[in-house]
Design a protein around this ligand. Structure first.
Ligand SMILES: Cc1cc2nc3c(=O)[nH]c(=O)nc-3n(C[C@H](O)[C@H](O)[C@H](O)COP(=O)(O)OP(=O)(O)OC[C@H]3O[C@@H](n4cnc5c(N)ncnc54)[C@H](O)[C@@H]3O)c2cc1C
Length: 383
């Protein structure tokens, strides 16, 4: 069912819109659906590749860590759903979908929601323009009253903190671990991506050493944004029992340098490791807001500063949805978290357009309308 809702564009026919949504991942499709519920006219979704493109790029074998279950009927929306009335578990019949499977779910969801996506349009920048915003794209300009930035993180890897990063390979760029060169591989970074890489490399018969500044595999805590997920931990435990993976949890890596046909990984306190294959850099993601850096003020941790409606403080009319949304210690990096802010953004836009917000009532009833963050204290787990 791929792309029946996509319109590949040679030359974009539109030059004006009420709302432009940039990106057709879970954030873009999810928020587009809420705007449709509100019957906001003239909403355009611009996507540089196709619906679910980031998931199509995942390494073969990588799966969702958060489980899907068709529990919507009992008021517990599938953790990986972008709306309260869809469920990847139901449509895919998978508990931990692969990237390709999840992209199929997003394409089916967009079709069911009646959302048309303009594919093949790369957004290059935003400019303030009177009361609106000009969206500069590979296919011309669109003038919009509001822009919702939903371009995600995955296609914007972070390597800049390491000198000599060109001697490594970012984990997001590897298609198959079995084809990765060498038998002994160093992985830099020990959070979800690093451990997933280590598990994939081990499954391909390689011996792996993980170098990490901290030891998230040894940390237990209630916020899944800060610890390894149970799915990753249980797979890792099975491998460490078999001694297939060495985990070094106090290695603060500063850079990489080439020495002949070897690569030296330099750590703090004079420590170093030498390897022939390029180390895997599981160093996280800079995020797509870097593309429009001037449109956001940043906090001390370099995160975009947002109003309580997730609007930029620098460019009124620009809203952010997805994993880069952050408020006072609350990290919205999982789908089940950031989907709860779609209705907050939609309500703000509807209010300014004079559109009735009554259709948002079911969102609140289904835990999809989180405007009071005092309720989300992840430390409130008793066991
Ligand atoms: C290996 C891995 C496993 C994960 N597992 C889970 C999990 O189990 N559960 C969970 O909740 N989350 C998980 N995540 C995180 C989750 O995938 C992201 O939070 C989610 O994809 C973010 O959705 P998004 O729509 O904001 O971004 P994306 O999915 O990246 O979508 C952004 C879209 O915007 C498009 N785009 C980007 N830039 C532009 C541009 N300039 N112009 C036009 N289009 C553009 C892209 O092509 C893409 O289609 C995982 C992430 C990874 C890497």
């Amino acid at each position: 069912m791929t792309d029946t809702v996509s319109m590949p564009s040679r030359k974009m026919a539109i030059s004006q819109a009420n709302v432009v949504i940039v990106g057709a991942g879970p954030a873009g499709i999810g928020v587009a659906r809420v705007l449709r519920h509100l019957a906001i006219p003239d909403v355009r979704v611009l996507e540089r590749e196709k619906i679910g493109a980031s998931f199509q790029r995942w390494t073969i074998g990588t799966q969702f860590i958060s489980p899907s279950f068709p529990s919507n009927g009992f008021g517990l929306t599938d953790l990986n759903a972008v709306s309260y009335d869809t469920s990847p578990a139901f449509s895919l019949r998978r508990e931990h979908p692969s990237g390709g499977e999840y992209a199929n779910y997003l394409q089916q969801a967009a079709l069911a929601f009646g959302i048309t996506v303009n594919t093949g349009i790369d957004v290059r920048g935003l400019e303030p323009d009177g009361e609106g915003i000009v969206v500069r794209t590979s296919h011309g300009e669109v003038r919009a009253r509001f822009v919702i930035w939903a371009a995600g993180q995955f296609q914007y890897p972070s390597v800049s903190s390491l000198s000599g990063a060109e001697h490594g390979v970012h984990s997001s760029l590897v298609k198959r671990w079995a084809e990765y060169p060498g038998d002994d591989v160093l992985v830099i970074g020990g959070y979800e991506s690093g451990i997933d890489a280590a598990i994939g490399l081990t499954a391909a018969g390689k011996s792996v050493t993980v170098l990490s500044r901290a030891a998230p595999w040894a940390v237990s805590g209630p916020d899944p944004s800060l610890t390894l997920s149970p799915f990753t931990k249980q797979r890792l435990d099975a491998l460490t029992r078999r001694r297939s993976i060495a985990l070094i949890g106090d290695a603060d890596i500063l850079g990489l340098e080439r020495q002949g046909d070897l690569i030296r990984v330099l750590g703090a306190n004079g420590r170093s490791w030498t390897t022939k294959p390029p180390p895997v850099l599981a160093t996280g993601f800079a995020g797509s807001t870097k593309l429009i850096d001037r449109c956001f003020a940043r906090d001390a941790n370099d995160r975009p500063i947002l109003t309580p409606q997730d609007e930029s403080t620098e460019l009124p009319g620009l809203f952010l949805v997805g994993p880069e949304v952050h408020h006072e210690g609350h990290i919205f990096c999982f789908i089940y978290k950031f989907r709860q802010r779609f209705a907050v953004v939609a309500r703000a836009i509807a209010a300014r357009m004079g559109v009735d917000t009554e259709p948002l009532a079911p969102y609140r009833a289904n835990n999809m309308f989180l405007d009071d963050l005092s309720c989300c204290d992840a430390t409130e787990c008793l066991c």
